[in-house]
Design a protein around this ligand. Sequence first.
Ligand SMILES: N[C@@H](CCC(=O)N[C@@H](CS)C(=O)NCC(=O)O)C(=O)O
Length: 212
Amino acid sequence: MPILYSYWRSSASYRVRIGLALKGIRFETVPVSLIDGEQAGADYASINPQKVLPALRLDDGRVLTQSLAILEYLDEAFPQHPLLPADPFERAKVRAFSAVIASDTHPIQNLSVLKYLRASFDQDDDGVAVWARHWIGRGLETLEPIAAASEGDFIFGDEPGLAEVCLIPQLYNAARFKVELDRFPALVAIDAACAELPAFRSAAPQTQPDTP
Ligand SMILES: N[C@@H](CCC(=O)N[C@@H](CS)C(=O)NCC(=O)O)C(=O)O
């Protein structure tokens, strides 16, 4: 069985948990505590030298890192419940939506950036939260009209895929940082639709083995 190195509140881990669940792949979770700094310890660094979560250890012992690379690998190796559409143009659109989150939004509000703001730029909890809210809001503003224009049950059709895999963890972060979500009704509607699905429920931060 594959092993997912994960932390309950890590949104990059959350993406991979959703992807695995949508594809019906059973896996073992090995929690790595970001609060205790376990990601920077020698044990985990020997698995992922970048010292960030997640990492996925395959049955043959090989390890994959970077959530989007892991998800694309899963999509190619396990064709059931495709995360990307077959058409190249549509694939590019889903990847662009996902990149707004995974490349342009999440990286500037993740733990190490917020810790750096605190330690080197003298920011307190409020200052850090204002920063996170600003950048998350900018990302969601880009995505809201795309979701609003959808004619399907989900953002790019009638099934959830990579777009929802990236969006739902980002909305969880948005709520954590008290982003005003009323501004994004189409995204909130997608969040509610995903919350009905077992794959999203089983991947949610509230239901992980290391959830406090
Ligand atoms: N681009 C990476 C981001 C990984 C990442 O930043 N993970 C966060 C948790 S969501 C982490 O482990 N942070 C630990 C740290 O910053 O020390 C991915 O998508 O896998």
